[in-house]
Every structure is written in C-alpha cells, then in structure tokens.
Design a binder for this molecule. Structure first.
Ligand SMILES: Nc1ncnc2c1ncn2[C@@H]1O[C@H](COP(=O)(O)OP(=O)(O)OP(=O)(O)O)[C@@H](O)[C@H]1O
Length: 294
C-alpha cells in the first residue's frame, strides 16, 4: 500500500447505470506529477472524482492518503489534506476572490483568522491574483477564474493535488507560471494532472497514465511512450491513403503516423523522411486517433 502521500487502487470499478466508466483500474501513485491522458469519455474525470471522494466507487479497493474514502471520518481527513480543482469549477459570483478563498479555508479548517488570511494571501500571490483580491468573481476573466480555482486547490499545501484540466484558458505566461508552481509542489506532494494539453505533460510529468474505455492502456514515463513511436512518424509531400493518421503542416507537407503493426508503404511516397516523434505523436499512435490504427 502506498504511503500517506499517495493513492492506491486495485480493481477499481465505477459504473453509471450499466456503463463501466472505470473498468478495473490498478494504480499506485506517489510524489511527483502524473499526467492522466485519454480521449473524451476515457474515464479521466470519473477517476479524478473517485480519488477526490466526490464519487463512490462501485467495486474494487481504493486508498487515498492511506485512508479509505468509504469511511466517513477517514473521508473527512482525506478532504482536509487534498486539493481538488474540478473540471469547470463554479464559484459564487458575488464573492470576492479573497472572500471565496477564505470561505474555502474555513471549510478546510486552516487555523484561526490571522493564520487563515495569511494562507489565503499566499495562495493569491502564487496564482498572481493578489492585485485582484477585492474583485468580485463575476468581474474576473475566464483565465483568472481558472487561476482562482487553482488557488482554492493549493490552500494549505495539500499532500494530494488533483487537477482536472487546470490550464484551460491560461495565457502562455500563466501556463509557465503554473508549471513552475506545480513542479515545486510535486517535490513532496502527489499531483495528478488530467489534461488534453500534451505540452504540459511533456513539461511536467515523470509519469503518464493513459486511459481508454475505462482501462489503463499505458503507464510509464513520457520517454517510454515516445520510444514506442520511433520509426513510425514521417513527413512527406503527399497526403497518405485513408485510415492513416496524418495532418497537413504549415509548409504544405504532411505529417504521417504509421499505425503499430502496419508496414511502411512501398515505394516511399515523394519527399518522405522519418522524423523524431513528439509526445503528442506517441499519444496519438497509442490511442489510434484520427481514423488510424484501430
Ligand atoms: N454522470 C454521468 N452519468 C452517466 N454517464 C456518465 C456520467 N459521467 C460520465 N459518464 C460517462 O462515463 C464515461 C467516462 O466519462 P468521463 O467524464 O470520466 O471521461 P473523461 O475522460 O473525463 O472525458 P473528457 O475528456 O471528455 O472530459 C463516458 O462514457 C461518459 O459518457
């Protein structure tokens, strides 16, 4: 069983009616950033919600921070020690940024007034919203609200941080700031980052877990995922045949991902050169995206 900073799941199942959104997940997570990838509907949010104790599991075993989410006293302890940024967080629009964080800090039992306010100010500075602390939430931009959501998750330096699509709507400067912050937190905390932003995964994660149909189809380092794609990524002058993942590049050439197991077409198409795969290429090959490979 993973230590008090992590997560451990065995045969985890979550159903919605007859649909198995999670279908036998085995996972141990410890400090560091783990990227959770998968296509729409793969089960990422359902997994995050189970880890956050927001959703009950249907079958299997789950331990979070070495406690059981099924027992109410342990569930409360998990919640106090965890930060969760849900997908599409919604806030009370008439609250100020400071007021909302202070409210969340009260719920998390983060000490007396003075101590709590200090923590709220620290969280606001970390997400670069200190200057907007007195603004009503309804007056903040979408990216600022996203950062406010992140600040709520950061309160109290949680040992487990669950971030569901945290960088949606952030400008490039704020995205870099986010990476720096999360990377620093992950030295001692377990961070799970569910995202479609592969660049964030490449920049931040030592480990990648990829879901498909509620099952884990890859669990390893970003480098291992890229290795799988070596020799399968090409650029060429012409559009390839149907059924192969490809897209047109800015210079008019085509980037082509050759599905695993498929032979390279012979003779070689005009101008074909093998290129170094990116993490995105490797992910697309794994999931068989854009009509290819499956
Ligand atoms: N509340 C719900 N009721 C019924 N089915 C649901 C519910 N929430 C999710 N599902 C189904 O469970 C499966 C997994 O959904 P989930 O939201 O976990 O996927 P996801 O990987 O987070 O997708 P996305 O990338 O689109 O956010 C999907 O088939 C989805 O339709």
């Amino acid at each position: 069983m993973e230590g008090a900073s992590g997560v451990s799941a065995r045969g985890l199942v979550r159903t919605y009616g007859t649909r198995r959104a999670l279908d036998g997940i085995d996972l141990d997570l410890g400090p560091g950033v783990t990227g959770l990838l998968g296509r729409n509907g793969a089960g990422k949010t359902t997994l995050m919600r189970c880890l956050s104790t927001d959703l009950e599991i249907s079958d299997g075993e789950l331990r979070v921070l070495d406690r059981s989410p099924e027992r109410s006293t342990e569930r409360t302890e998990i919640r106090r020690n965890m930060g969760y940024l849900p997908q599409n967080p919604s806030f009370y629009p008439h609250f100020t940024a400071f007021g909302l964080l202070d409210y969340m800090a009260v719920l998390k039992d983060l000490g007396g007034r003075r101590e709590r306010h200090e923590e709220v100010r620290r969280a606001l500075r970390r997400v670069d919203l200190y200057d907007r602390r007195h603004s009503r939430i309804r007056r903040l931009s979408g990216g600022m609200r996203q950062r406010l959501g992140l600040a709520t998750a950061l309160l109290g330096d949680p040992r487990l941080l669950l971030l569901d699509e945290p960088t949606v709507g952030l400008d490039p400067e704020q995205r870099i700031r986010f990476r720096d912050l999360v990377s620093e937190l992950a030295v001692r905390s377990t961070v799970v980052l569910s995202t479609h932003q592969i660049e964030d995964v490449a920049a931040l994660c030592r480990r990648v877990v990829c879901l498909d149909g509620g099952r884990i189809i890859f669990d390893g380092s970003p480098g291992e995922l890229v290795d799988r794609a070596r020799g399968r990524v090409w650029e060429q002058d012409t559009r390839p045949e149907e059924g192969v993942t490809s897209w047109r590049l800015a210079d008019g050439r085509h980037r082509v991902l050759l599905p695993v197991g498929a032979p390279a077409p012979e003779p070689a198409p005009p101008g074909r050169v093998a290129v170094e795969p990116s993490l995105e290429d490797a992910y697309l090959l794994l999931t068989g995206a854009v009509g290819g490979g499956r």
